[in-house]
Design a binder for this molecule. Structure first.
Ligand code: SF4
Length: 566
């Protein structure tokens, strides 16, 4: 077995045989995807007080840590069960239990997110059984101690003047006296990378979190201590009805913008799952924090069963049979809106329509409140708090004034830039929901996304794009299971004017001498990947300006005259 990340020539998924599926090649060179547990670790980093734990070899954790740190530029801990040859032969039970003990002692987590790597998946580790055994063992150890763990915690810490509790070794005799501190929640997600992508690992982890915790009461998980100040400020009583929002694999800046966007409708009480806006893009610390502040709290996850509605982003994910959103819908009857990533006017209009439907009375009540509180101010500015706009299908949209202004500015910039964009061609690559969202947006601007490539092989991408942007049908190529070798062979014929995707496409863009507009994951050759904004009218504006300016810059540089006025 070869690793699609560590090896330049990974093996294809065993589920796909080239003879049966000629559209998928038998091997790949630098695929448009990354390791599946990486996506799961990213999702777990968005849950407050959570440590991701990889069940497998240490190299997988090192590789994933390096990739995440280079993108987010934040310290990121990922634990590993550290398989050796004998664990690969006899099983990783002992490694898992020792690792959970060590993680519990070192981090005092509320939750440990366990993702299985290629090795443990190939071995066929029975994770539900191993985790069940650990829980039973913890229960017995707690009963023997006769404490809730707090006393143990103090006595163990007291022996160490640095305050760092030493790791337990493999030896059972050492594990037993260092008994339980507190039992964190354990959430397992199966992430075999030989048949998945980082985006699929991300969605699988979000689904596992919701399936494990939504609708449960506070059981095993003990408190980690007081929540961070910022988390506490954001927290609302879990009895309060909330909107659940599953944004997918987006940047921390986009997560913050989504919260503001919903707040413009009066939707202050939303639960973002996951929410790594702070954990992966925090301020500088005066002292090192082993567990960064922020994240979706476990109480918010437990309360998801009572959500008033759920929004799930992803043009392609919308056709997936089982997701976090479908679980809430089927098990708890939560109303589910499945939308594309809100990039571009159309997708954002659909997002706004879903928000308006969710809270139809909000606009009217805010207007009434504004009139009552400050009728003069409204007259003075001549603008109501809510405006009405008409979308491309003729539907009337009622938007908060700030959002309506952002929408208006975006449309105005489309008009301003049309002369630079008409007839331009782009290649878009990366996670399937991202490339679908960008392709649908590009279709609005005059740029043709001549090739849309993703690493996923779920056979949903083309249908998702053509359903959202029917004008692209028969005009573009959509390739799943794609890699940069594959894209490279199509480039001579397609002659794109720019590439849009992660920094993995830099060499290709350089060889073509065309600009690369960076977005998605990973962006390792620029600063600020965690602040790249794509979502909402305002985020689309940023992407649009970057695209137009990249084309103008290329035109300027390639010009013999060197125009200073374009
Ligand atoms: S989980 Fe698989 S793809 Fe990921 S680093 Fe480990 S071996 Fe490589």
């Amino acid at each position: 077995m070869s690793c699609p990340n560590c090896s330049p020539f990974p093996a294809p998924s065993s589920e796909f045989t080239p003879s049966e599926h000629p559209e998928f090649p038998s091997g790949s060179t630098n695929p448009c995807k990354l390791c599946t547990p990486l996506g799961a670790c990213l999702a777990f980093k968005g849950i407050a007080g959570t440590v991701p734990l990889l069940h497998g070899s240490q190299g997988c954790a090192t590789y994933i840590r390096r990739y995440l740190i280079s993108h987010f530029r934040e310290p990121i801990d990922i634990a590993s069960t550290n398989f050796s040859e004998d664990s690969a032969v006899f099983g990783g039970r002992k490694n898992l239990h020792t690792a959970l003990d060590n993680v519990g002692r070192q981090y005092r987590p509320v939750l440990v997110g366990i993702a299985t790597t290629c090795l443990s998946e190939t071995m066929g580790e029975n994770m539900p059984m191993l985790i069940g055994e650990y829980r039973t063992e913890c229960g017995m150890r707690n009963a023997e101690c006769g404490t809730d763990g707090a006393t143990e915690e103090l006595s163990a810490g007291a022996s160490d003047t640095t305050g760092v509790v030493p790791f337990a070794s493999d030896s059972e005799s050492i594990r037993t006296p260092q008994s339980e501190f507190r039992n964190p929640e354990l959430v397992h997600v199966s992430t075999p990378s030989f048949k998945g992508t980082h985006a699929e690992g991300f969605h699988a982890a979000v689904r596992a979190l919701v399936e494990t915790l939504a609708g449960t009461s506070d059981g095993r998980a003990g408190p980690l201590g007081p929540p961070s100040e910022r988390t506490a400020q954001r927290s609302v009583p879990t009895s309060e009805a909330r909107l659940a929002l599953f944004p997918g694999m987006v940047s921390p800046a986009d997560l913050r913008h989504l919260r503001d966007f919903c707040a413009a409708w009066g939707e202050a009480t939303i639960t973002l799952v996951p929410d790594y806006a702070e954990t992966l893009d925090g301020p500088s610390w005066s002292e090192f924090e082993r567990m960064p502040h922020g994240g979706t709290t476990i109480e918010e996850l437990r309360a998801l069963g009572r959500a008033t509605a759920a929004l799930e982003f992803g043009h392609s994910l919308a056709a997936a049979p089982a997701t976090a959103g479908t679980h809430l819908n089927k098990k708890f009857g939560v109303r589910l809106h499945r939308l594309g990533l809100p990039i571009g006017v159309r997708a954002n209009d659909a997002f706004c329509a879903a928000l308006s439907e969710r809270c139809p009375e909000v606009g009217a009540s805010l207007l009434a409140k504004a009139d009552a509180e400050s009728p003069a101010s409204r007259l003075l500015h001549g603008k109501p708090l809510f405006c009405t706009a008409v979308d491309s299908s003729g539907r009337e949209l009622r938007l908060p004034a700030r959002i309506a202004a952002e929408r208006g500015r975006l449309i105005d910039s489309y008009v301003d830039a049309h002369k630079y964009l008409a007839g331009k061609k782009a290649i878009v690559y990366g996670e399937d929901d991202l490339v679908a969202g960008i392709a649908v947006f590009l279709a609005e601007t005059g740029i043709t996304p001549v090739l849309v490539a993703s690493g996923e092989r779920n056979r949903r991408l083309a249908d998702a794009i053509f359903a959202a942007a029917p004008e692209l049908r028969d005009r573009i190529e959509v390739r799943e299971g794609s890699d940069f070798g594959d894209i490279g062979t199509r480039i001579a014929e397609l002659k794109p004017d720019l590439l849009i995707g992660s920094s993995k496409g830099y060499k290709l863009a350089r060889s073509l001498n065309v600009p690369l507009v960076r977005c998605g994951f990973p962006v390792h050759d620029r600063l600020g990947a965690q602040r790249i904004q794509l979502l909402g009218y305002a985020g689309t504006q940023q992407l649009f300006d970057r695209i137009v300016n990249a084309l103008l810059e290329a035109k300027q540089e390639h010009s013999d005259i060197g125009y200073a006025y374009l």
